[in-house]
Design a protein around this ligand. Structure first.
Ligand SMILES: C[S@@+](CC[C@H](N)C(=O)[O-])C[C@H]1O[C@@H](n2cnc3c(N)ncnc32)[C@H](O)[C@@H]1O
Length: 243
């Protein structure tokens, strides 16, 4: 089974911390009012369950991932979890009130088929909770501009689609579904940027491998961090689909 997209927990944890508040707001305002208390949900490509854990106060969640260690990670958090392939979900039609995924479509071989499967097993909602678009990445100061291209290439080599965010509309249209599409808020404070910068750099260097430019860029990054001028942002999209 696919091991594409298996990601170090530190990166998943940073993403989850950033987005949990907005996910809960989206659930509370757009989705949950139409559902019974504690509706059932399938988390597709759940990883070790950090997202599921962060929104489990609102939902009765079953996690699914193709990676065994991720399934075990979910279970160690007390979550229900099964091993399976997002392209062939092992559940009958309309098994859950909703199906959702996060930072996952960009890693799936056939995202259209995976969303179609989520639509099949859901009774009413499919939420594409977070898909980044690294083509819209912003880096400042100017010396850091080369980072975007290097990251795009690194992600493609790893098998990801770094432009998945902008494709959510076409995915939904191809399935004849109207969707409420948006971008998560979140330019960070300098304090937060300083706290997160080391982890972000670790992710960059893992993603791009041994690219020659990186040492110069690292010096530029550290200097900007010290001077309080560092800024980076990856627009991260969501789509809310009602069946
Ligand atoms: C970047 S991680 C995201 C994990 C989690 N959704 C989150 O946001 O923290 C992508 C996950 O998708 C899983 N994955 C990749 N291809 C898959 C497939 N075909 N079926 C199920 N899971 C898959 C990987 O094993 C990995 O755990």
């Amino acid at each position: 089974m696919d091991r594409l997209g298996v990601t170090v927990p530190e990166q998943l944890e940073r993403q989850t911390k950033w987005l949990t508040e907005h996910w809960l707001w989206l659930l509370d305002t757009s989705v949950l009012p139409s559902l019974p208390a504690l509706p059932s949900a399938l988390d597709v490509g759940s990883g070790p369950g950090l997202v599921a854990e962060s929104i489990s106060s609102r939902l009765n969640i079953t996690c699914l991932d193709s990676d065994l260690a991720s399934v075990q990670g979910c279970r160690s958090r007390g979550l229900k979890a099964v091993r399976g392939d997002a392209h062939y979900l092992p559940f009958p039609d309309r098994s859950f009130d909703m199906a959702y995924c996060s930072f996952a479509l960009l890693w799936f071989r056939d995202p259209l088929k995976a969303v179609n499967e989520m639509l099949r097993v859901s009774r009413s909602w499919v939420l594409l909770l977070a898909e980044p678009d690294h083509g819209g990445r912003i880096d400042h100061p100017e010396g850091l501009l080369p980072l975007k291209e290097i990251i795009l290439n690194g992600m493609k080599q790893e098998g990801a689609d770094p432009l998945m965010g902008r494709k959510l509309r076409s995915l939904c249209s191809a399935l004849d579904m109207d969707a409420d599409i948006g971008i998560h808020p979140g330019a960070w404070s300098l304090r937060r940027m300083r706290k997160e910068a080391e982890g972000e750099w670790d992710w960059i260097s893992r993603t791009v491998g041994g690219t020659a430019h990186l040492e110069t860029l690292r010096r530029e990054w550290d200097r900007a961090l010290e001077q309080g001028t560092l800024f980076y942002h990856v627009p991260t999209f969501y789509a809310i689909i009602r069946k």
